[in-house]
Ligand binder design. Structure first.
Ligand SMILES: [Zn+2]
Length: 248
């Protein structure tokens, strides 16, 4: 069974490079990976994902993908056209063949015995028709997802048996969880840390934001896209101590 993965790391942990390498591995095996990022993250130009070490690839937006998925599911589950041209409408969505809003349509469907057929067609279409023409979904900058988007991605895993791999930061510069990351930590099947190190050599799990003088900041907006903020990865001890580098 496919799984929902959350691979988190501090800044500089090569999360994006990891995501791009996983994508490459799929391609190399003749598979079709789908690379996405939240629309919010537009630092690198509209539809590119770039790693610091120079790897890059085209990507789509999570929002567009989920919209397409919702439209597809609505079509498969709720819009199956019956033999006489009547639309089954909500029949599949109600799941038990209960009467739908338009009594005439529901009546036709029921008496024609198409209700069950519509559901079956929906299930078949789900398996055979593929707007999901890919073998894996890879999401970079997953911390910027909403909890709702994470849940929608989990449905892709569960309903379509397609693995979804999310890469992102766990906490912001204040040590507070991002919405997407928090939801992923709660519901992902597999959670994995991508490690990087503090200046002291210990594992770094905090993203400190530095002010112009190089001091660790404690307050400010969670997201500072395209801003002048400088970030550094620190271990917990040095994050709390506010030591961005080895003392002189
Ligand atoms: Zn340290």
């Amino acid at each position: 069974m496919a799984k929902l993965y959350f691979k988190f790391g501090a800044m500089g942990a090569s999360k994006t490079a990891n995501a791009l390498m996983v994508r490459y591995n799929y391609l190399e095996r003749g598979k079709r990976p789908l690379l996405l990022k939240p629309r919010l993250d537009c630092r690198d130009g509209k539809t590119m994902i770039r790693s610091r070490i120079g790897l890059e690839a085209e990507c789509g937006f999570v929002e567009d993908f989920l919209d397409e998925m919702a439209a597809y599911e609505a079509e498969v589950d709720g819009g199956v056209v019956t033999g006489d041209g009547a639309v089954a409408g909500d029949v599949a969505a109600t799941g038990d063949g209960a009467m739908v809003g338009d009594g005439a349509v529901a009546g036709d469907v029921a008496t024609d015995g198409v209700t069950g057929g519509a559901v079956d067609d929906g299930a078949r279409a789900r398996e055979t028709r593929k707007p999901l023409d890919f073998d894996a979904v890879i999401v970079d900058e997953a911390q910027f997802l909403t909890a709702e988007q994470v849940d929608a991605l989990a449905r892709i895993v569960d309903e379509f048996d397609i693995p979804v791999m999310c890469y992102g930061l766990r906490t912001d510069f204040r040590g507070v969880g991002f919405e997407g990351s928090t939801r992923l930590l709660l519901i992902a099947d597999k959670i994995e840390a991508i490690k990087t190190v503090c200046w002291c050599g210990k594992a770094a799990c905090f993203n400190a934001r530095l002010d112009a003088d190089g001091h660790v900041m404690r307050e400010g907006d969670q997201i500072l896209l395209g801003g002048n903020g400088t970030y550094i990865s620190l271990c917990r001890k040095h994050y709390y101590a506010g030591l961005a580098s080895r003392p002189e």
